[in-house]
Structures are given as structure tokens and as C-alpha cells.
Design a protein around this ligand. Sequence first.
Ligand SMILES: NC(=O)C1=CN([C@@H]2O[C@H](COP(=O)(O)OP(=O)(O)OC[C@H]3O[C@@H](n4cnc5c(N)ncnc54)[C@H](O)[C@@H]3O)[C@@H](O)[C@H]2O)C=CC1
Ligand SMILES: O=C([O-])CC(=O)C(=O)O
Length: 341
Amino acid sequence: MALPAKTLVQAAANSGLRAVSVRHSSQAPKVALLGAAGGIGQPLGLLLKQDPLVAHLALYDVVNTPGVAADLSHIDSNAKVTAHTGPKELYAAVENADVIVIPAGVPRKPGMTRDDLFNTNAGIVRDLAAVIAKASPKALIAIITNPVNSTVPIASEVLKKAGVYDPKRVFGVTTLDVVRSQAFVSELKGHDATKTVVPVVGGHAGITIIPLLSQVTPSTKFSEEEIAKLTPRIQDAGTEVVNAKAGAGSATLSMALAGARFANALVRGIKGEKNVQCAYVASDAVKGVEYFSTPVELGPNGVEKILGVGKVSAFEQKLIDASVPELNKNIAKGVAFVKGN
Ligand SMILES: NC(=O)C1=CN([C@@H]2O[C@H](COP(=O)(O)OP(=O)(O)OC[C@H]3O[C@@H](n4cnc5c(N)ncnc54)[C@H](O)[C@@H]3O)[C@@H](O)[C@H]2O)C=CC1
Ligand SMILES: O=C([O-])CC(=O)C(=O)O
């Protein structure tokens, strides 16, 4: 269901963080999905297969890719689907990709932190990034795999080692924090959820997740008590899902939606439609920390402009200050993992 162009432009102007468009250009983007057979990978593949901007969807996993690809390829949308299974087929999966989305790796179980996934997932992201560095160094890379605060520095260090690092092209996907904030705020305030915009800055774990409730669109007043309840709910929303799934994994469906929204935004940027998304990127937005999520303007080369945290409340500034040492710990751990290997 396409909206009139004027409505889209207006929507983009009003709510830069969530505008979706169906504008076409001559480019035919290839999106590679690594971890395509997993809990996130399958519904994310479903959404990407339906994205009219995606011309080629390359599915990669270490197991079960042919079945997922056969299933998705029967959907009557235009994206071509290819299956790639196991490390020998990774190069072909990512070669010439415009966007690479990575949900490969293990999820949490109750009682675990995201950092507890480091030992398994750090090596997975490192090895995927090493092949991307050779096969598709110009691709925009969207990393979903946790702990995002560390896996983004890991991928970046691998690309640096290979001499192909471009800080504008590596993203930690924090869109789910934005999606959740928009759901919770609209539920609390009776807003239209599809027109509510909440920027979330920092990182993607615990206290590093910082919703900017002072910057909600439409302009919304919160009591101190509401802020004191809503902020930790957003920070702990992933754990809420992990506990509800009781050992069966973490958020997959809401993450698939968030991942598809972010991938669509990257593709629109590539096609020349600048748009604004929150993402965890190499950034000078906040002093004393090398990676930070803020709204960023996306364009043909990935990050066009870092828009920063904007005007924040005293409460939000305290959260930002507290996130810096935590992020630095997560970043140093990722960097050391690559440098020491
Ligand atoms: N950034 C975010 O907001 C979120 C991140 N996550 C993270 O996403 C990751 C994936 O979660 P789920 O899909 O639920 O897990 P899952 O276990 O259901 O799926 C992971 C998939 O990765 C595949 N895989 C493992 N090693 C691989 C490798 N070397 N190359 C390619 N594929 C490989 C597995 O075969 C499996 O199909 C986890 O690390 C989780 O913590 C989850 C939710 C939100
Ligand atoms: O909580 C987890 O482990 C998965 C995740 O990152 C999220 O749902 O935000």
C-alpha cells in the first residue's frame, strides 16, 4: 500500500526516525542476511523478501539455509533469493552486497547478561567480518549479534586490520530500543504508536540504553515518576522477553521488524533518500567514548551526518555520563579480542 509521495515526504520531515517509503531508483540492491535460519533470521528474511527495494536477498547460515530459502523463494515478491550454507559459501553470499545484516550467534537465556554471550559471539562476528573485508568491503554492515556494544568494535577492528575500515559503514542495530520505546510511550500516553517517535541513545545493554523522553514526538510531558518507571522498563525490555520465553531465546519477532526497518533505511540511503535513524556507530557525539548511538543521517555512503544527542534533560545527561565508562569497558573488550588474536 503506497502512500502518496507528498505524504511520505511530510512523514519523513515530521518523524525522521520512522519514515518508510517505496521510492525506486535504478539501483538494484543486494542484501545479505547472515544467520538467516535463526530465530531472528527467518522472520527478518520474510520481511526483507517483501521489501520492494530489495532486488536480491542472499541467505547465509551454517545450517538449514536451503529450506528457508526454498520457502521464501515461493513468495510472489520481486527479490531473488539465494541460499549459502557454511563457511565455504560465505564469500558468495556477501560478494557485491550493498547491505549485510548480521543476526548470527547465540541468544540469551534467563539469568544471563548480553556480555555473557561474548565468548561465543565475538568469534562468530570476527570471522564473518574477515570474509566481508575481502568480498564486500564497501557494504553497509548492520550488526544485530550481541553484545552489540562489543561486536561493533570487533567488526571494526577486523576491517581496520584488513585496511578497508570505513566508520560510516558499520552499524550496531539499536532500532529495537526505539521500537520498544515508541510502543511503551504510545501505550502509556494513548498516542498513535505509528506516529510516535522516541530517540534512544548510548548503546544496547542495560544502563547504556538511554531513551530520550524529553525529545518525544509528538511533544509529550512525563511526570518524574513516569520517567523513573519507563526508563528502566525500556532498558530491561530485552530481559523481559528473555524471561517470558523461559529458556527458548530472546526477542525474535520484534527484532525482525526492527532489523527490517533499519535495513530498509540503509537501502533508502544508498538510493539517495536521506533519512534519520538511531544507530550505534563510531562517533564523536559524546566526549570520551568512541562508539555511541545517536540519531544519524543515512545516505549513499552510510552515515552522512552524526546528529548527536541534542538537548537533553538533567536526568538524561546523568544517564549519558554513567553509560560512558560502561561502554568503554565493552568497547575495550571487543578491541582486545581482535588485537590479541
Ligand atoms: N541488537 C538487538 O537488538 C538484538 C540482538 N539479538 C541477538 O541476535 C543474535 C541472534 O539471536 P536469535 O536469532 O534469536 O538466535 P538463534 O540461535 O535463533 O539464531 C542464530 C542463528 O545464527 C546461526 N549461526 C551461528 N553461528 C553462525 C556463523 N558462524 N555464521 C552464520 N550463522 C551462524 C545459527 O545457526 C542460527 O541459525 C543473538 O546474539 C541475540 O542476542 C537479539 C535480539 C535483539
Ligand atoms: O535481550 C537480549 O538478549 C536480546 C536483545 O538484545 C534485546 O531483546 O534487546
